[in-house]
Design a protein around this ligand. Structure first.
Ligand code: NZQ
Ligand code: ZN
Length: 384
């Protein structure tokens, strides 16, 4: 196992009716900015519960944070927050709203051009505190310090991270996910699944607890994902998915192990150029990626085949083939196409995606920092 520091400061309030606890989590006399998306929280009653819980606070609202949050939108939130002297941000929504709010939080006190936080990795020295009310289990943003922001005008989709943007708290009420459309439910399951794979399916370092946690998360998604599509208002199913997605990317299973993230980096470029939802890109790239890198990931692929897909009897290469194919079929069974062609992208898209990777310096990806443009070309070709 590698050396590690593990510290996650986000306080989780999980369960029914927890929005009422908001007032205890936000410092008294705060000037609060509620940030949200295109209106799902208006339609399902979440916003009115939040407004009620925050009566007594000075509250402003910033709606309109879109999926794959745009810098162009977020910068308006920064202006509003500066103008109104906001000192607490409350993100209510999915990963896009939480990520966008993390960016606003870091950009408000930032002295230079806020775009530098994303494009130049400029250090975030202070940030306005934020909390979240999660409505879409997927990204883990509610309990991590990452955010991904897009700039539509230049087709960039770039990540940043800072310990200062961990949410102070996140409210996870599974009932708030009952209204998710099937597409968002499936995307959440696929994103969480890919997060676990990026941190688990690398090479062994005898990290037994991390491996078994990761396998437990994968098995839970395989068992509960299809149920959530069939029974969208099944509380226990939604609760299990919600906690799984949070645990999939809150630092726990990454502690002490190598991590990959090449699938995600290619996926971000596909979204930036072609607008696919984040999880759709992962459904396409991940199975092809595993095929291309089966030699370097051999030992972990065999472990994955045995412990997650219960494949024990056939020769090793067959087990690996089957495990990758089961993964692809799982995504398809949830309703996500796993080929570029399923989203209208043909062979001519490959050089476009490769040049994006090159432009963003994504040339040494993966657990061995050895996955470059050749590997990406091979992966995308297999994914056609
Ligand atoms: O905007 P509203 O109206 O709220 O509708 C949203 C949106 O259209 C809707 N939705 C959310 N909760 C709902 C609901 N509809 C009905 N009922 C509810 N309860 O779902 C749509 C998608 O929302 P979005 O926030 O975009 O989805 P997701 O949570 O998958 O977030 C995706 C973003 O997170 C980034 C992705 O790249 C992408 O930009 N990621 C963030 C990560 C992180 N911070 O650690 C890691 C991930 O790998 C990922 O890159
Ligand atoms: Zn993801």
């Amino acid at each position: 196992m590698k050396n590690f520091v593990f510290h996650n400061p986000t306080r989780i309030l999980f369960g029914k009716g927890r929005i009422a606890d908001l007032k205890k989590e936000i410092p008294a006399n705060s000037r609060v900015l509620i940030t949200y998306g295109g209106g799902s929280i208006l339609r399902n009653g979440t916003l009115s519960e939040i407004r009620e819980a925050l009566s007594g606070f000075t509250v402003f609202e910033f709606p309109g944070i879109e999926p794959n949050p745009a810098y162009e939108t977020l910068i308006q939130g920064v202006d509003l927050a500066r103008r109104e002297k906001i000192d607490f941000l409350l993100a209510a929504g999915g990963g896009s709203v939480i990520d966008g709010t993390k960016f606003i939080s870091a950009a408000i006190p930032f002295a230079g051009a806020p775009w530098d936080i994303l494009s130049k990795n400029a250090k975030v020295k202070s940030a306005v505190p934020l909390g979240s009310v999660l409505t879409l289990p997927a990204t883990g943003s509610e309990m991590n310090n990452f955010a991904v922001v897009s700039r539509k005008s230049s087709a960039d989709k770039l990540p940043f991270s800072s310990p200062l943007v961990y949410p102070r708290f996140s409210i996870l009420d599974p009932e708030k996910t009952f209204t998710l459309p099937p597409k968002e439910t499936r995307n959440g399951v696929i994103d969480a699944f890919a997060h676990v794979i990026e941190q688990y399916l690398t090479f062994p370092v005898d990290a037994r607890v991390q491996d078994r946690f990761a396998e437990g998360l994968l098995l839970t998604l395989i068992e509960e994902g299809p149920k959530a599509l069939k029974e969208p208002e099944n509380y226990d199913v939604r609760a299990n998915i919600m906690w799984t997605a949070t645990m999939a990317l809150n630092g726990l299973i990454a502690a002490g192990v190598p991590t990959d993230w090449a699938t995600h980096m290619i996926g971000h470029e596909i979204t930036a150029k072609y607008g696919l939802a984040h999880a759709e890109t992962l459904a396409v790239v991940l199975p092809a990626m595993l095929r291309v890198r089966r030699a370097e990931k051999r030992e972990k692929l065999l472990q994955y085949a045995e412990r997650v897909w219960n494949l024990r009897d056939d020769p090793p290469e067959t087990r690996i083939d089957q495990a990758i194919e089961r993964t692809r079929q799982f995504f398809e069974s949830l309703g996500a196409p796993t080929r570029l062609s399923g989203y209208g992208i043909g062979e001519d898209g490959i050089p476009v995606i490769l040049s994006q990777l090159e432009r963003h310096g994504m040339l040494a990806l993966g657990e061995h920092a050895s996955f470059g443009l050749d590997g990406a070309r091979e992966t995308l070709t297999l994914a056609l």
